[in-house]
Design a protein around this ligand. Structure first.
Ligand code: NAD
Ligand code: ZN
Length: 367
């Protein structure tokens, strides 16, 4: 069964469809959303080999003409250079405003293609077929698009909502397991920050979400619930002024870990967020807001999902707490804001704290 998530944004709204087998129906769904004259598919090499022919067939069957641009995989695609090449290709193949840019890939492809669609001819139709768990539950929801600069990630971008998002759970079968687990950290985040019932559901069904052995039913449920959670925050706060910041649970710590790891090894965003969420739990526990049993439950959940639970596991056994704190300050200075943490008053009940002292952060990292 296909699940539908409505994303309401002021007067406009669009649908996220979630379920198995959606790729083969992409043409029909796009036609329903308003048949585009021509679709420009943006994807990467890992998807081109395995899944692009199926998407092209689906569009052709619905009588929709399509052209495709295949990028090298990886974060490098979110650069000015590749953005320029993509825009010029879109112009060369004569994509006009009533045509459509279709992002077919993970968050990298979605962010790049979405930004190109946002600025091409001052705004061209856009849709997404996200192919990583992270993209299906996070980056394809909310309308943020961006590229990277040497001054930092995602600093050049725009808000540009898609008209339709198709999250096909079958696509996750070919995703490297480590990428799947990293995406699961963001799923877990939605439970931890605001939905105790979802958290309990994940404790029971997390393994099925990860192995997909039930034909994708648990995945579809987890993705739909995650999209609903993010959509609710986005709808209330499209431009990130208030509550949307709760979505940063685990991310203040996580970004510092990513900054430190960036120099040495490889650490996936979701892995950093996993450790970051545990840090937020530990800090909350130290403030007497969270029981020791709750922190232990978070730790167990991460372990069961094959996610790291300590700095040591991500190669950070000897990262000094002071340097990690300096990364956090740096981040905030760049944004012109103050250091802000998402803490928990019980599992499934997060809140924003602007008054966290350096000592608390360092003690947490040392714990
Ligand atoms: P990604 O797009 O790099 O994909 C991860 C890897 O998996 C890539 O090598 C890709 O080629 C491969 N892959 C993707 N789908 C596959 C599939 N079905 N089968 C096999 N291989 C597949 O990484 P990601 O984690 O999806 O996205 C990370 C990006 O998302 C970052 O740039 C981040 O800034 C961005 N992001 C954006 C938002 C937003 O709101 N716009 C939110 C979170 C993250
Ligand atoms: Zn994240």
């Amino acid at each position: 069964a296909i699940q539908t998530v409505e994303v309401a944004l002021g007067a406009r709204s669009y649908r996220i469809l979630v379920g198995a087998g959606l790729l083969a129906e992409a043409g029909r769904h796009l036609a329903q959303a308003g048949r585009p004259r021509q679709v420009a598919i943006v994807t990467d090499e890992n998807l081109a080999d395995r899944h692009l022919p199926a998407l092209q067939t689906a569009l052709a069957e619905a009588g929709i003409a399509a052209v495709a641009q295949v990028l090298p995989p990886g974060e490098g695609a979110k650069s000015f250079g590749s953005f320029e090449r993509l825009c010029e290709w879109l112009l060369e193949v004569r994509i006009e405003r009533r045509d459509m840019v279709l992002a077919f890939g993970g968050g990298v492809v979605g962010d790049l293609a979405g930004f190109a669609a946002a600025v091409l001819r001052r705004g061209t139709r856009f849709a997404q077929v996200p192919t990583t768990l992270l993209a299906q539950v996070d980056s394809a929801v909310g309308g943020k698009t961006a590229i990277n600069t040497r001054f930092g990630k995602n600093l050049i971008g725009a808000f540009h909502q898609p008209e339709l998002v198709l999250a096909d759970t079958d696509l996750l079968d070919s995703l490297p397991p480590r990428e799947l687990r990293a995406g699961y950290a963001e799923v877990l985040k939605y439970g931890l920050l605001g939905d105790r019932a979802f958290l309990d559901w994940l404790a029971a069904h997390g393994p099925a979400v990860l192995d997909g052995a039930d034909g994708g039913a648990a995945r579809a449920e987890a993705i739909a619930r995650s999209c609903r959670a993010k959509a609710a925050f986005v709808a209330g706060d499209e431009r990130e002024s208030g509550d949307r910041a709760l979505l940063n649970l685990g991310h203040t710590f996580g970004h510092a870990l990513e900054a430190e790891a960036g120099m040495t090894g490889d650490l996936l965003h979701g892995e950093a967020v996993a450790v970051g969420m545990l840090c937020a739990a530990i800090l909350s526990e130290r403030r007497g807001l969270l029981g020791a049993a709750d922190t232990a439950a978070v730790r167990r959940h991460l372990a069961a999902a094959g996610l790291p639970q300590s700095l040591a596991e991500i190669g950070g056994a000897d990262w000094p707490a002071g340097r990690l704190y300096a990364h956090m300050r740096q981040d905030k200075k760049a944004e012109g804001g103050r250091l802000r943490f998402v803490l928990m008053r019980g599992l499934g009940n997060a809140f924003l704290a602007d008054d966290v002292a350096e000592d608390e952060v360092r003690d947490t990292l040392d714990a």
